[in-house]
Design a protein around this ligand. Structure first.
Ligand code: DUC
Ligand code: ZN
Ligand code: ZN
Length: 458
């Protein structure tokens, strides 16, 4: 053994035990009492969690003529500082690019920059024969999830294309992951609002109502029933969509759902802030009425929602302010990759909404299982990568964009106090963060080919 983390409380999705964790060659080799090694790290009074996994980030994402503000280096430094040791981003084909070319381009952007391990979802923005063939080929290389958008020109596909993509996913062992919002309803609402002179960011949530999300989810669920394909909804934000998911499950469908910290913790009251502050909360699906919060927390605790991911997509004030006279021009998204774990611990575990084990399950174990990384990632057991977070439950931090590592000049949780913060973060046995300071090397992160999705619905 090279290294041992001494005397913490080792927490997995099913257990919490006082123990040491022994590490050799970047892997966990032992969990138990009285372990010894030349290098010892103290964890008294701390939890030892498996490295957290964020399956939904948009680093260096091009939208029109701008690019989201964190690149693969800064975004993964922010992830690491917040206790996240694996991220999943996206590859999407632009213009005449093939899907494989898009994947190669994304790999060139990420490899040599990332500081934690990463993988990529494919994006299904076409469904011609060659494209579907490429999805199947890329699945063999470990790209085993595919994003389907029901809105955003350039990314969205129609029902016929969705059927083809779903069928290909089922045959290739790929998990379809869906952004569900009815494009035409949104366009209709945007046009009406702008015509009425309602151009400020406060109208953003009105343009994208729960009805639009639930309609798209129901439609995709019908398409997935027809093709007998499991489906995973990203950023489920409201009770209407939750009800659609419940109904599909009651009919025997295999459906998974993710929720973001912002949909659990922030509400549409943020849009009432004076300009330009309201513009900092323009993200999609929008923040909802706070009456949805308790439903989402309950669903997460009960296992109706399986994961918490961030949709980290930061835009600077300057990038957002170009849309102040017309909210439809504000790039959508918010930073979140660094704050997920302290927020979920503080407002989930501390406030009794989530057990400690469930917190680990939704932020690490289930993401690893659903996205083909388990048991290499997502647990603390011999043979797993030594991705570990030594977490001080008493550490109090006031969140601010000035001290966070993301590259934007605002934070949706500015001034919020959290209690519980990563003290040490290890990636494959290397300490890469100590007390908020990043210590690793640029480019040390690895690309992770992933297992195929196991299909339960025949
Ligand atoms: N919504 C998305 O669908 N993607 C990126 C960011 C956002 O807010
Ligand atoms: Zn989305
Ligand atoms: Zn997203």
């Amino acid at each position: 053994m090279d290294l041992v983390i001494k005397e913490g409380v080792v927490v997995t999705a099913s257990e919490a035990v006082e123990a040491d964790v022994g590490i050799e060659g970047g892997k966990i080799v032992a969990v138990g009492k009285g372990l010894d090694a030349p290098v010892k790290l103290k964890a008294q009074g701390c939890y030892i969690f498996p490295g957290f996994i964020d399956v939904h980030v948009h680093l260096q994402m091009p939208v029109g003529d701008i690019v989201s503000a964190d690149d693969f280096f800064t975004g993964t430094v922010a992830a690491a500082c917040g206790g996240t040791t694996t991220v999943l981003d996206f590859a999407e084909a632009h213009g005449s690019q093939s899907l494989s070319q898009a994947v190669e381009e994304r790999r060139r952007q990420a490899d040599g920059q990332v500081v934690v391990d990463y993988s990529l979802h494919l994006t299904g923005n076409r469904a011609d024969g060659q494209f579907l063939q490429e999805v199947a080929e890329l699945a063999e290389q470990g790209y085993t999830s595919l994003k389907i958008y029901t809105t955003y020109p350039g990314l969205m596909v129609d029902d016929g294309q969705i059927l083809k993509l779903l069928e290909t996913c089922r045959e290739a062992g790929v998990l379809p992951i869906v952004h569900a919002e009815n494009h035409h309803m949104i366009e209709h609402m945007k046009e009406r609002l702008l015509r009425e002179g309602k151009t400020s960011p406060r109208y953003h949530p009105i343009s994208r109502p729960c009805l639009a999300e639930a309609e798209a989810a129901q439609r995709v669920l019908a398409l997935s029933a027809l093709t007998r394909t499991p489906v995973y909804f990203v950023h489920l934000s409201c009770t209407e969509t939750l009800e659609a998911v419940r109904l599909a499950r009651s009919r025997g469908q295999e459906v998974y759902a993710e929720v973001t910290p912002h949909h659990l913790l922030l509400s549409d009251e943020e849009y009432l802030r004076p300009d330009p502050e309201a513009a900092m909360f323009v993200l999609s699906p929008p923040l909802r009425d706070k009456s949805h919060h308790s439903q989402l927390w309950g669903a997460l605790a009960r296992g109706e929602i399986q994961t918490v991911a961030t949709d980290h997509c930061p835009w600077t004030r300057a990038q957002r302010e170009r849309g102040l006279g017309n909210f439809t021009l504000i790039p959508n998204g918010a930073p979140g990759v660094e704050t997920r774990i302290p927020l979920l611990f503080t407002f989930g575990v501390r406030e009794g909404r989530l057990s400690l084990n469930r917190f680990v399950e939704v932020c690490s174990t289930m993401p690893a299982k659903l996205f083909g990384l388990y048991p290499r990632k997502g647990t603390i057991a011999p043979g797993a990568d030594a991705d570990l977070v030594v977490f001080d439950p008493e550490e109090e931090v006031t969140l601010s964009w000035r001290t966070l590592h993301h590259q934007v000049d605002h934070c949706p949780y500015e001034g919020w106090k959290v209690k519980g913060y990563p003290r040490l973060v290890l990636s494959r046995g290397e300490v890469i963060v100590e007390k908020g300071e990043f210590l690793g090397q640029k480019g040390r992160g690895l690309f992770l080919p992933r297992q195929k999705f196991p299909i339960r619905v025949a």
